[in-house]
Design a protein around this ligand. Sequence first.
Ligand code: PXP
Length: 244
Amino acid sequence: MKLGVNIDHVATLRQARLPADVRGTPPGYPDPVWAAGVCQRAGAYAVVMHLREDRRHIQDQDLFRVKEILSIKLNLEMSIAPSVRRTAARLSPGQITLVPERRAERTTESGLDLFKKSKAIRACVDDFSRRGVLVSLFIDADSRQIQEAKRIGAHAIELHTGTYANQPTQAAAKREWLRLKEAARLARSFGLVAHAGHGLDYENVKAVAKIRELEELNIGYSIVTRALVVGLDEAVREMKGLIA
Ligand code: PXP
């Protein structure tokens, strides 16, 4: 199974000092370009970055600078907001992952509902597919959403693992795990590539990594926080070891 490392929170840390630091040049560190390089050397399959409409962490410039140094895949998470789409079109990353976005949320809270704004989502899928960019749709483990993803013409889906990760008991987590497995199996039977992510950490990832139908896991927060203790290189290698 392949690992995509989401480096948004490296930029979150940098942005934390920007508005307050009025006395001198704001710190340009930690730099997402540095983080992307470390992930690449540590064996990540992809680097994932989310360009939010409010630009709260990753900035447009970060994407272009990271793309320049990467030989592995750059997976750009984004909404269908026009300003973000324009940047994505100029960037032309290896893959985009369409996610829902609400300004008030701390992080992506659920999968896309493909039956809402379906025309706009389809137009975005068509546009980027024509440009030769792989398009993945971040959705919940729901058979109707998976069927719709296929109908819309996506290359891949990413199953939202947040619900699984947040279950309070092992029995409840097992039920969610079974839903994920069934959803991944269904996606594969439609010819879709199946990815998963959100809320995965060094414990709960082990069971998800056993779902054979999944090709790629996208993980950010737990890796970036683990990096505070062991360094980013080691944090990526440990996660890669767990899911390999
Ligand atoms: N996949 C998607 C689509 C996401 O939006 C996020 C969060 O940005 C992740 C994976 C990574 O989630 P986490 O930071 O909880 O590992």
